[in-house]
Structure formats: C-alpha cells, structure tokens
Design a protein around this ligand. Structure first.
Ligand SMILES: [Zn+2]
Length: 140
C-alpha cells in the first residue's frame, strides 16, 4: 500500500484540518466567555451568583477575611521611612494573593460593607427582580 496523495487530496486534507482548528478555536473562545460570565467584578473582587468572593487572579474561592500587616513609606523630616500599617483583606489559599476590597472611589472597605452594598444592589427592598443576579458594574 502506498500513501501517495495527489494535489486534490492534499488540499482536502488541509481544508479539513483548517476547519477542525477553527472549530476548536471557537469552542475555546465560547467556553472562556461562559466562564467569564459566571462572575461579576465589584470592589476589585469577583463575586459568584451566591455572592461568594472569588480571587481576581486565579478565580479561587476566597475564604479567610482578616487583618494583615504591611509596611508603607512615609516622609518624616525630609526622609522616607517605613511605617507599619494594618489592612483588611482576603487571603487566597490557592495562589497566596492578598485581595483587598476597594470601592469605586478608591477607598478600602471591609467585607461586611461590601456584602451590604452588594445585597442592596441585587435585591432592592420591596421589589422582586426578574434576574436578581444581574449586577450593574460600577455605580452603586
Ligand atoms: Zn488566587
């Protein structure tokens, strides 16, 4: 048996491979789109439909909210010095990132404030939304 392919067969094979590649590419794009739609970004954190916070870097579930220590630079008597500061943040266990909650004006907020505002946005008092998980990005 010989595998001598003539030009029309080679063209057909190339076309089939091209179509297969295109289909795979479109499938990957669609799956990424579906995955991105699952979460909404608020306060620089991703939130799933049950208002559980997710890591913006790896999309892992953020569990532990707590106070953390860090250093910031401040100017004292004309020199920059390191000053210890504490801040509230989630720790993402899978990727080790500290994730802060920051509102649209750039101010830090704590977990309870964020939940209160998200809850107010998703379920306004006395009304029933047809799609309660649709959050409007940006404005409160
Ligand atoms: Zn993460």
């Amino acid at each position: 048996m010989t595998l001598a392919l003539d030009a029309p067969h080679l063209l057909g094979l190339a076309g089939a491979l091209l179509a297969l590649g295109l289909a795979a590419y479109l499938l990957v794009r669609f799956l990424r789109y579906q995955r991105a739609r699952r979460y909404r970004r608020h306060f620089q954190v991703l939130w799933d439909r049950k208002l559980r916070p997710r890591c913006p870097r790896c999309r892992g579930l953020l569990g532990e909210w707590g106070m953390h220590q860090s250093l910031k630079f401040e100017k004292h008597a004309g020199r920059m010095t390191q000053v210890p500061v504490s801040f509230g943040a989630f720790r993402c266990e899978p990727c080790g990132t500290l994730v802060r909650l920051v509102d649209e004006d750039g101010f830090e907020m704590d977990y309870q404030q964020a939940l209160t505002r998200l809850g107010a946005e998703t379920t306004p008092a006395g009304s029933t939304l047809s799609r309660p998980n649709e959050l409007t990005p940006g404005n409160p």
